[in-house]
Design a binder for this molecule. Structure first.
Ligand SMILES: [Zn+2]
Length: 206
């Protein structure tokens, strides 16, 4: 029996929707999802990503094409930041599961594991997960603190990817290519900035 904090890795959800999982793994995932709305949402998303890739034979498409297709599938109305000056909070890194490790960090069956990072500000904490999905990266996470929803931007000039911060202040951005990004989380008149976020660091081209 898995606990609340023991969520299903995105790669395992992809295995399930692509029918690579064993009967035992399928049963375990289904049992978890019955009690976990977060993994249920992730599974629905994995299923959408997989179906668009199948439908358009996009397995060999360049990453930016896949990213665009996935983004198009997730029509979301991102709320505008409230008018007036935003309080700017600079996030400080508290924990990084990928820190100081070699590029081969966490390689298992050819796939690196998800990287976890924890940032703090005066007001909130940001729990960040960077999950490899094929040759792209999914940035997701949750803000912990006085947050009741808002928006998220992942910026790498000139591109900006956006997502919703839901009522639990969870978010999941569209898959992106490796690179250096700035993550901006906006809620209740405040903006948290995570600058110089290296996504896919140390991983060679696919
Ligand atoms: Zn879960």
């Amino acid at each position: 029996m898995s606990g609340e904090s023991d969520h299903i890795p995105f790669e395992a959800l992809l295995d399930l929707v692509e029918e690579r999982a064993s009967a035992g793994q399928v049963a375990a995932v289904q049992a978890h999802i019955e009690t976990c709305p977060r993994c249920e949402r992730d599974l629905a998303w994995a299923s959408r990503i997989t179906s668009i890739m199948r439908a358009d034979s996009m397995e060999d498409a360049p990453p930016h094409v896949i990213a665009r297709a996935v983004r198009a599938l997730r029509p979301e109305v991102v709320p505008e930041p409230a008018p007036g000056a935003l309080r700017r909070l600079i996030a400080r890194l508290q924990f990084d599961s990928g820190a100081g490790l070699t590029p081969a960090f966490g390689m298992r069956s050819g796939q690196p594991d998800a990287r976890q990072m924890l940032f703090t500000t005066e007001e909130v904490e940001v729990d960040l997960r960077i999950t490899p999905v094929r040759n792209l990266w999914v940035v997701s996470g949750q803000m912990l603190g006085p947050c009741e929803g808002g928006s998220v931007e992942l910026v790498s000039c000139p591109k900006t990817h956006t997502a919703i911060l839901n009522e639990l202040c969870e978010f999941s951005l569209p898959p992106v290519e490796a690179g250096s990004y700035t993550l901006l989380l906006r809620y209740a008149g405040a903006e948290v900035e995570v600058s110089n976020l290296q996504i896919g660091e140390g991983r060679g081209p696919a």
